[in-house]
Every structure is written in structure tokens, then in C-alpha cells.
Design a protein around this ligand. Sequence first.
Ligand code: NAP
Length: 309
Amino acid sequence: MLKVLFSSTPERWESYREVLPAKLAAAGVEAEVSLTHAAEEVDYIVLAPGGPIADFAPFTKARAVMCLWAGVENVVANETLTQPLTRMVDTGLRDGMVEWVAGHVLRHHLGIDAHIANPDQCWDPVAPPLARDRPVTILGIGELGAACGQALARLGFPVTGWSRSPKDIPGLTCHHGFEGLRAALAGARIVVLLVPLTPETENLMNAATLALPAPGAVLLNPGRGALIDDDALLEALDTGQIGHATLDTFRIEPLPADHPFWSDPKVTVTPHIASETRPDTASEVIAENIRRAEAGEPLLYLVDRARGY
Ligand code: NAP
């Protein structure tokens, strides 16, 4: 009987304690999943942010560490973690992100705010432009960014994507590498950040890159807070170069009460809810990976420790 440690908070365990054992059983894996196995007995670690493990050294028998989150920036550089590390790719996570991004793109595209709060009863019958006239750029076209880009393309938006390696994604115009960043951002009217946070992508949106989209462009950041130089963004909002920023992720979370993002009328703060790993579908991924590990098959969604994602 394998021992699987669920390293997370007791609250999160509640939403996995039935479904994860059931998915393991359905995958043909005999395992006992618990919050509290003795370290030296653990075969696999399921890891969620907020979990108690900082030092993986005592887990001498553990054969893989499986993160419940897509972003692994808090664990990838941990030198005590010597086992293979996987990240989460989950249909629930993907669909949630597509819905958040599409919703916030359409909010800005249609100018919905002007009609939700209209105390002066302004009657200005100017229809918004069509999606085809509002170019959207997505920085990061992996599992989440590509799905968001294709959903927006289906709505009619011209979508440009940017990645590290060359990509050919139906419906998207693709650029890659830092030499492709300028072309990806030039003229964009909505920019979505979905690159992982790595040493290469920290402060990706800075004074120089915030100047590249069309004046008044909207920035959506469901990626990670440190992808943006906060001061440069506040400056770009002040000058109007960026018309609005809808931010879901921040350098410090919860966003501190005195952070200027809270009071800036051109910033919308959402509390890191763009998308969430869903226990039902994520448990299938964990179960499949443990089955694979036991069968000697390659793991799905392995993190490349050198690249950082
Ligand atoms: P992914 O599949 O690994 O995709 C990452 C994309 O970013 C890939 O296209 C990758 O290029 C590109 N990229 C990475 N480093 C780059 C660089 N230096 N220059 C250019 N492009 C680079 O990741 P994912 O599953 O889509 O998740 C993306 C991020 O979303 C996560 O890391 C996480 O931070 C964030 N997230 C947020 C929430 C939320 O609720 N706010 C929820 C889930 C995830 P290649 O394709 O060439 O590798």
C-alpha cells in the first residue's frame, strides 16, 4: 500500500479527502492518502501552497512531488527537493482561466462599467467597436494562455501570442523570445499576462514594455504579481498610456491595505481568484501520475528545474 502525503492545509484536505482516494482507486493504485504520514514512509507528496513542508530532505523514500498549482515559483528553487516535480495542468484550472480572461476582456471591450454606474443618466448611444477591431496580446501561450487566446479568437478578437519557444497555434499570430516581445506588444489594445514567474520574466512589464501597447491599452494580470514593475504601472496609468489594469495577482498577497492599487480608480483588484485547481479533475491528474510513476512511465507535466517552470 503506497503512502501519499497530502501536504496542505486541513481546509484544502477536506475538499480532497474523498475524491483523491477514489480517483487513485479508479486508476488501480492502492494508496493511503493522509495529511500526517511519517516523512520517511512517504512514497509521493501532493503539494499545495500553504502546506507545511519547507525541507524535503526527510522524505528519503519519496519518488515524486506533485504540485496542485500551475505556478511553481515558490518551490522550484528549493534545493532540498531532489525528486521529480510536476505542476498542475487541469481542465478545471484551464476553463476557469478562460472564463476570467474572456469576462474581463469583454468588460473592457464593451465599456460595460459606463452603464453599470451612470448616476448622471448619460444617454450616449455610441456602440462599442467589434472584437475584430480590438487586438489582444497574450504573453505566455502555454496551457492557459493558448486556451484563452483561442477562446478570444473565436469571439473575433485578433490575438497575438508570445512564448519562449516558437509556436504554431491555430487562430493566433505567434512571436517568441525577447526579440519577439516588441512585435507581440506593438499596438495591442488589451494585454494579458500568463507567463510563469521566473528570473527571466520578473518585471516583464516595466516602463519600456508598458510603452509598447496602443495608448490607453488595458492590462490584465492573472499570471503573477512580480511580472509587473508596480511603480512603472502606476506611472503608466497616471499618464494614460495604460487605460486600466485588472490585476488578480500581486507581489504580496493579500494586497496590503495601503497599496496604491486599492485606491487607484484605474485599477481593478481581484483576490487571486482568476482560476483555481478543481479537486475532481486535479485528483485524476495526480492519480494518473502516481500510476505512471509506479509503472515506470514518464510523468505528465514535469517541471524543468533549469527553466523554472
Ligand atoms: P505553461 O503551460 O508553462 O505556459 C507558460 C507560457 O509562458 C509558455 O508559452 C512559455 O513558453 C511562456 N514563457 C515562459 N517563460 C518565458 C519567457 N522567458 N519568455 C517568453 N515566454 C515565456 O503555464 P500555464 O499552465 O499556462 O500557467 C501560466 C501561469 O499562470 C502559471 O505559471 C501561474 O503563474 C499562472 N496562474 C495563475 C492563476 C490564477 O488564479 N491567477 C491560476 C493558474 C495559473 P514556451 O511555450 O516556449 O515554454
